[in-house]
Design a protein around this ligand. Structure first.
Ligand code: TRP
Length: 454
């Protein structure tokens, strides 16, 4: 059965959808992960492997989530339940949607705390706090922030309020409005940061790090890292694209939209790399990834560059914008699901936002007071990150591929992907045979079950 509209409304245009989806996929991963893993694993050679991974895992799965969402026209649990019923499959498939929504909320609980770091650094940049500071002093500023739970709590609260306020307004008045304004702004700011880094930093060394192809650095592990990142950076496995697909107008091509989203996401990673590494190398600072790069190495670089404060403010603003549009995308599937159960959107956003906020407090405490409390060898923050990223997301990705490839009839699929038989056949073969195997490898590797895992 083909459903016409979701009860949540519809994106007002293909562009509105593209910007919202781009906001969802461009997040912290693009900024603090892609540039580093590319540099470490062969630069241009990694880019090639990564683009190949995009076509084996990223594109087929992104298309699968979008088309299932559009056909189911509801939040992930409802869409999968209805589709399973239509196709005469087991209704327990709905559980995959539930699991995805849960993963999204868990991720949001720490994503918001990290975004809070970003907010604090906008402030510190504006105030000139790290201007001219030594490595030890910059490190000290970051430790001091994490040792001050109330300060983290204030930013985390502000960020959750910003997120809930948008989701509560709904698809057109909330999600789409923020994306139309702030996603282009984010790219414009990134472009300015690139120009600045090109002038004030070591452009040649950074370009060599990111783009010089070194094929000797590529091995089996590189491929697994590229596959894993392709999947994570497209925000797959948390139901976001299922939910965003549910609001997709009939006339928009899932295939074309997916290609554009992948292009924008890849550009964001490259632009971020070219904003960060010229400065890092100009000051002979170590290249690294994650929080260390963004909150200790980069402030050193800005702190010793002309007008570093202004561009620091700009950089952390980009970080917060990237996190904000992703946070909205993490909350939306759960809120849509509650709305379908008869709760008003505002109430659902508030209640779920509050629960996530509470959970975020545990992450905050795990940075200081509870940093000694280890569960399976991880702090709470580390545990959440590992369980969601290494287990929940790949499991959902695998099951979505199986559902789209094996549980749906060819006729239903073709109605959603209305292009030539040849291209359809290729997609179907990949989503049936290649994507699940690749997802399984990513899962086993992430769980440390493949020898020499990362
Ligand atoms: N893609 C985001 C990034 O690169 C992270 C992410 C994973 C995400 N799953 C998501 C964001 C779901 C929004 C929704 O940082």
């Amino acid at each position: 059965m083909r459903r016409l509209k979701s009860i949540h409304g519809e994106w007002s245009s293909g562009t509105a959808f593209f910007l919202s989806a781009t906001g969802a996929v461009v997040g912290l991963g693009n900024i603090w992960k892609y540039p580093y893993i590319a540099g470490q694993h062969g630069g241009g050679a990694f880019l090639l492997v990564y683009l190949l991974s995009m076509f084996v895992v990223g594109l087929p799965l992104l298309m699968a989530e979008l088309l299932l969402g559009r056909r189911g026209r509801g939040s992930p649990p409802s869409a999968l339940r209805d589709l399973a019923a239509d196709e005469g499959q087991w209704r327990a498939w709905s559980g995959v949607g539930f699991f995805a929504v849960l993963a999204g909320l868990l991720i949001l609980s720490f994503y918001s705390v990290i975004a809070g770091w970003g907010l604090d650094y906008i402030w510190m940049s504006a105030a000139g706090t790290y201007k001219g500071a030594s490595a030890g002093q910059v490190q000290g500023l970051f430790s001091a922030l994490n040792d001050t739970p109330w300060r983290l709590m204030a930013w985390h609260s502000l960020f959750m309020v910003m997120t809930v306020a948008v989701v509560a307004r709904g698809v057109r008045q909330g999600l789409e409005r923020v994306a139309r304004l702030f996603v282009p702004l984010m790219f414009i700011l990134l472009a300015f940061l690139d120009l600045y880094a090109a002038v004030a930093g070591n452009l040649v060394k950074a370009a060599a790090y990111l783009f010089d192809p070194d094929f000797s650095a590529v091995n089996g592990k590189t491929v697994l890292i590229a596959l894993g990142h392709a999947f994570f950076t497209l925000s797959l496995g948390v139901g976001t694209m299922l939910a965003y697909g549910a609001y997709l107008p009939e006339r928009v091509s899932v295939f074309r939209a997916s290609l554009w989203i992948i292009l924008a996401d890849t550009c964001a990673g490259l632009l971020a790399g070219m904003a960060i590494y010229p400065l890092v190398f100009a000051h002979d600072l170590p290249s690294m990834q994650g929080p260390g790069l963004i909150f200790t190495v980069l402030p050193m670089a800005y702190g010793h560059s002309p007008y570093g404060g202004v561009f620091g403010v700009m950089f952390y603003t980009v970080l917060v914008l990237a996190a904000w549009t992703s946070a909205i995308a993490l909350l939306e599937p759960a809120v849509a699901w509650w709305v379908e159960m008869g709760i008003s959107r505002a109430k659902a956003a508030l209640a779920l936002g509050f629960a996530v906020w509470l959970l975020g407090l545990v992450t905050i405490m795990s940075f200081s007071v509870w940093s000694g409390v280890l569960i399976l060898g991880h702090t709470w923050f580390g545990l959440l990150d590992a369980v969601t990223g290494n287990v929940m997301l790949p499991v959902v990705g695998l099951l979505v591929a199986v559902f789209a490839g094996w549980m749906m009839t060819g006729r239903s699929l073709r109605q959603e992907l209305s292009w030539s038989r040849g291209v359809f056949r290729i997609w179907l073969t990949v989503i049936r045979y290649v994507t699940p195997v690749a997802m399984l490898l990513v899962l086993l590797n992430a769980m440390g079950l493949i020898r020499g895992g990362i």
